[in-house]
Design a protein around this ligand. Structure first.
Ligand SMILES: Cc1ncc(C[n+]2csc(CCOP(=O)(O)OP(=O)(O)O)c2C)c(N)n1
Length: 368
């Protein structure tokens, strides 16, 4: 029989634990205590409120361009809470909620988006990579870290985040192939937020889903409701345990949505409809999680208000500290000082242009 169907041994699962209204599938409820659940809710709330403040600051001209995360808090937090401090966190450029959880200060994020080198400093010993702007490049770094962990015989795991757009990069294919062949302890978390700037998923791939790609490389793949923090938590927990016990990598596709613009430099109204956005607003990960917590008796209205107030105060204090720090650091013309003994003519011209711009801005501020 020269022509017959090959038997493909694996398949991918889909996992959701909370429905769109936050109703629980009791059989799948993970074992998380009340305090852990509140901590998780607080972290998601901090991610959301910080993001909203960042957008306001950007619109006021107080920070530069940045990529909002609104709607993706569950995908980030459900995954990251599974890591130990000794594990490796490898983000793309859209994982601010997860970065804050790992101990990055909001001040550092503000400094980064204002162009200060100081915003890229990580605390010593922190096993986090800086955010990766070249799409998908961090996948190779994650696989290298995983390979090193295996080589040294440690039980460290690596959690690597990327978007749906990254799955079209060569780095994704090379990284997943190598990781599976060498059974490296890497968990690949794809936040499929449906768009890569203006490219929709259907123009990104012709496969039925992204999780399926895991099978081609020989690793487990699972698709989860990425706006359901319990589903993301459970799927990642399983993958982390497998990786820690020598079972190699996993690809997790989180189905989520980028509610806001790709970055503050972009206008999504030019390529997607408001009806589409409205459907996803209905599936808001925070609202769903809060509804579950309320039904469980873990979160009442008072506690919710208290957490809101705490988070807003934390952000306000961080903004004040960051602005103070930037005022102390802030001599933008210093940018031109440390590379050349004699500045070439084109950079001299740029320095003069910046000097003039700053002087004009200063005059404007003084005029109110
Ligand atoms: C190698 C590379 N190519 C192109 C870009 C420009 N770019 C920045 S973000 C982006 C889309 C990324 O989409 P996705 O991976 O889905 O992540 P998302 O922004 O949706 O979180 C592109 C094409 C880049 N930064 N790096």
């Amino acid at each position: 029989m020269p022509r017959h169907r090959l038997v493909v041994p694996d398949t991918v699962e889909y996992l959701s634990i909370l429905d769109h209204q936050g109703n629980l599938d009791q059989e799948l409820e993970p074992h998380l205590g009340d305090e852990q659940l509140i901590e998780l809710y607080r972290a998601m709330l901090l991610g959301r409120r910080f993001d909203e403040r960042m957008l306001d600051l950007q619109r006021q001209g107080r920070i530069g361009t940045f990529p909002p995360i609104k709607g993706q808090e569950a995908a980030q937090m459900g995954a990251i809470i599974n890591l130990r401090p000794s594990d490796w966190f490898v983000p793309s450029f859209r994982e601010v909620a997860a970065e804050l959880w790992r101990g990055r200060s909001p001040e550092s994020v503000l400094l980064y988006y204002n162009g200060f080198n100081e915003g890229t400093l990580l605390p010593a010993g922190q096993r986090d990579l800086p955010m990766a702007v070249p799409v998908g490049s961090q996948i190779l770094h994650a696989v290298g870290l995983g390979r090193a962990a295996g080589y040294r015989g440690t039980d460290e795991v690596v959690l690597c985040f990327f978007g749906d757009g990254a799955t079209s990069e060569g780095d994704f294919h090379e990284g997943l192939n190598f990781a599976a062949v060498y059974r490296t302890p890497v968990i690949f978390v794809c936040q499929n937020n449906q768009w890569a700037i203006s490219t929709p998923l259907k123009k990104q791939t012709a496969t039925a889903n992204l999780a399926l790609k895991a099978l081609a490389y020989g690793m487990p793949g699972i698709q989860v409701d990425g706006n359901d923090v319990l589903a993301v938590y459970s799927a990642t927990r399983e993958a982390v345990e497998r990786a820690r016990n020598g079972g190699g990598p996993t690809l997790i596709e989180c189905i989520t949505y980028r509610i806001m613009m790709h970055t503050t430099a972009d206008d999504p109204k030019r390529y997607r409809t408001e009806e589409e956005v409205a459907v996803w607003q209905e599936r808001d990960p925070l609202t769903r999680f809060a509804a579950y917590l309320q039904r469980r008796g873990t979160l009442d209205a008072d506690r919710r208000d208290q957490l809101e107030a705490e988070v807003l105060a934390q952000i306000q204090a961080a903004v004040e500290r960051a602005e103070q720090q930037m005022a102390e650091l802030g001599e933008p013309l210093a940018l031109f000082e440390h590379l050349y003994a004699d500045l070439p003519p084109n950079l001299r011209a740029q320095r003069e242009e910046l000097r003039t711009t700053l002087a004009a801005a200063d005059k404007e501020v003084r005029h109110g």
